[in-house]
Design a protein around this ligand. Structure first.
Ligand SMILES: N[C@@H](CCC(=O)N[C@@H](CS)C(=O)NCC(=O)O)C(=O)O
Length: 219
């Protein structure tokens, strides 16, 4: 019997994008169920599948829920290990990929920029740019964080590139000026169908998010 793979999803969610990229890299067919979080209407399936955090994404594999985006990406990599490995086989390299993905989770926050105003926003912007610069150093001269192919850290960071344009408008900065190599990396990744089909166009994200920010009086 074929696997049943369902993703509790939201097109604009940075974390759901990670799961979508990983599934696309592996060529896994799945059913995406879009949640309506903007109106705070969580489905009963989401509440049942992620009773602890009540958050998307949730991957439901043959009825079993897997929560937390990086955990989901690791699960996908382990279960569908026939192609496109995301985590390196070498334990030390694997520890490094996990360390930097955790760094992304701790230091790269879109919310800290758009949910704040004034000095707080400026501080969040400086920290965001500083973290991007550090990640640019980690990339070095490699085409991808994973080396010659897309890897775990690429998948962890890539979704933020679809929010860069909106954040640049909100906080008045340029990723291209601050971290040109990272900007090139993002373009290179988008040339892959697994990425371009899994993360929305930056213009679409900004058309959606900027009016919401305005409505909240945070523009
Ligand atoms: N650490 C979580 C974060 C997931 C997350 O923040 N999901 C948001 C959407 S982007 C959510 O479901 N929010 C609903 C809520 O906070 O109630 C992960 O990596 O999966």
């Amino acid at each position: 019997m074929a696997d049943s793979v369902v993703l509790l999803d939201l097109w604009v969610s940075l974390y759901a994008m990670r799961a979508r990229i990983a599934l696309a890299e592996k060529g896994i067919k799945y059913e995406a169920k879009e949640e309506n979080l903007v109106n705070k209407e969580k489905s009963s399936l989401l509440l049942e599948m992620n009773p602890v955090h009540k958050m998307i994404p949730v991957l439901i594999h043959n009825g079993n829920p897997i929560c937390e985006s990086l955990n989901i990406v690791e699960y996908i990599d382990e279960v569908w290990n026939h192609k496109s490995p995301l985590l390196p086989s070498d334990p030390y390299q694997r520890s490094q990929a996990r360390f930097w993905a955790d760094y992304v989770d701790k230091k790269i926050s879109a919310k800290s920029i758009w949910k704040n105003k004034g000095e707080e926003r400026e501080k969040a912007k400086s920290e965001f740019i500083e973290a991007l610069k550090i990640l640019e150093g980690v990339l070095g001269d490699k085409p991808f964080f994973g080396g010659d192919t897309l890897g775990f850290l690429d998948v962890a960071l890539l979704p933020f590139t679809s929010w860069f344009y909106a954040l640049e408008i909100v906080a008045k900065f340029s990723v291209e000026t601050e971290t040109p190599k990272l900007n090139e990396w993002a373009k290179r990744c988008r040339e892959k169908e697994s990425v371009s089909n899994s993360i929305p166009d930056p213009q679409k994200v900004s058309d959606f998010i900027l009016p919401l920010i305005q409505k909240m009086g945070l523009a």
